[in-house]
Design a protein around this ligand. Structure first.
Ligand code: PMP
Length: 313
C-alpha cells in the first residue's frame, strides 16, 4: 500500500484516507479540472524545483472558469499547498503531481462545493530512449464546440483513453489524433511536433489541442535557443507525418518523447532523430536547473529561493 501523503483541502493525509463520495459529480461525471506537473531534484543544489508553476496555476484557473467552478485559493496558497505536499513527503527525487479541483455536489450541473487535492506520484520517463511507434487513430479529437480540449477536465480524457486502447490493441504504442477538420491535433496526453525539411512545426492552438506549457517552452525558448530557428505553428496534414524527418510528443508528463514511426512509416531512418535528441536533453537541463536560464520558471521547494520566486498574483 502507498505510504505517500496527499494534500487535500488544507491538510496532508495518507493516500488511503483521501476519499471522494461515490455520488459526487467528481466521481460520477469526472467533474474536475486538473494540472499535471513535475518537480525535479537537482543534486548539486540539494533542491527540488517545480517547473512553471505560475503557468499551471493560470491554466487551472482558466479550466475552473470554463467549468464555472469557484475554488477560493490564491496562487500563493496553491504554491504553499504544492510546497507542503512535496516537503511533507520529504521527496529528494523527481516527482509528478496532479493538482485537482473537483465538485462534491450531485448532478450534471453541480458547480459546488468544490475541493482541491494534490496527488504526488513516482512516475518515470515515458519510453524516452527507443521512441514510440504511433498510429493516426480513427477516433477524432473532440471539438472545441463539444468537449473542448483547452479545458483540462478529467472527463475529457475518455477521448484519449478510447484511442490509446485501440492503438495498443492494434499493436502501436500510442495514438495521434486528427481533429474534426481532418488536420493533425495532438497525442492522447501530449502535444505533437514534427521536423520537416529541417523546420520544427506544430499545430496551432485552434487545432483542438490543449494549450500546452511545454509547447510554449519550446516555442518561446528551446527551439530558438538550441536550434536557432522559430517554430512554425501551422496546420499539419496526416500525410506530412508519414514523410516527416522526425516527430515527438511533449508535455509535463511526456517531457520530450520521440516518435519513430507513424502508421508503420519510419520517420527519417526510423531511429530517434538528432534534433529531437538535442531538444530533449536541453529540456531536461532546463527543468532540472542544470541550465540556469529562466530561473523564474523554477520554484524551489526547500531553499530560501522558494520564498522569493514569484508565482503570480
Ligand atoms: N495535451 C493534452 C491533452 C494533455 O493532457 C497534455 C498534458 N497536460 C498536453 C497536451 C501537454 O501539456 P503540458 O505541456 O502543459 O503538460
Amino acid at each position: 500500500m502507498s505510504t505517500l501523503k496527499i494534500w487535500m483541502n488544507g491538510s496532508l493525509v495518507p493516500e488511503p484516507e483521501a476519499k471522494l463520495p461515490v455520488n459526487s459529480a467528481a466521481v460520477f461525471y469526472a467533474t474536475n479540472v486538473f494540472e499535471g506537473l513535475r518537480a525535479y531534484w537537482n543534486q548539486a543544489d540539494e533542491e527540488l524545483y517545480c517547473f512553471r508553476l505560475a503557468e499551471h496555476f493560470a491554466r487551472l484557473r482558466e479550466s475552473m472558469k470554463m467549468m464555472r467552478f469557484s475554488v477560493p485559493y490564491t496562487d500563493a496558497q496553491l504554491y504553499e499547498a504544492a510546497r507542503q505536499v512535496l516537503a511533507g513527503n520529504e521527496f529528494r527525487e523527481d516527482i509528478h503531481m496532479h493538482m485537482v479541483a473537483y465538485v462534491t455536489g450531485v448532478g450534471v450541473d453541480a458547480t459546488e462545493p468544490t475541493g482541491l487535492y494534490i496527488n504526488p506520484r513516482r512516475r518515470g520517463r515515458i519510453e524516452g530512449d527507443a521512441g514510440l511507434r504511433c498510429c493516426v487513430t480513427s477516433w477524432v479529437r473532440t471539438s472545441d464546440n463539444a468537449i473542448p480540449i483547452r479545458l483540462k477536465s478529467g472527463s475529457n480524457y475518455q477521448n484519449g483513453r478510447l484511442a490509446t486502447l485501440q492503438a495498443k490493441a492494434d499493436g502501436y504504442d500510442a495514438p495521434i489524433f486528427l481533429n474534426g477538420h481532418g488536420h493533425v491535433a495532438e497525442g492522447s496526453g501530449a502535444t505533437l511536433f514534427m521536423v520537416r525539411r529541417g523546420r520544427v512545426v506544430t499545430p496551432p492552438l485552434s487545432a483542438d489541442i490543449l494549450e500546452s506549457i511545454t509547447r510554449t517552452t519550446l516555442i518561446e525558448d528551446l527551439v530558438p535557443r538550441v536550434l536557432a530557428q522559430d517554430v512554425a505553428e501551422r496546420e499539419i496534414d496526416r500525410t506530412e507525418l508519414y514523410v516527416a524527418d522526425e516527430a515527438f510528443f511533449c508535455g509535463s508528463g511526456y517531457e520530450i518523447t520521440p516518435i519513430v514511426s507513424v502508421d508503420r512509416f519510419p520517420l527519417g531512418d526510423g531511429r530517434v532523430g538528432p534534433l529531437t535528441r538535442r531538444l530533449s536533453s536541453a529540456y531536461m537541463d532546463l527543468v532540472r536547473g542544470v541550465d540556469r536560464s529562466h530561473a523564474e520558471w523554477r520554484t524551489a521547494v526547500y531553499g530560501p529561493r522558494g520564498a522569493k520566486v514569484a508565482v503570480g498574483a
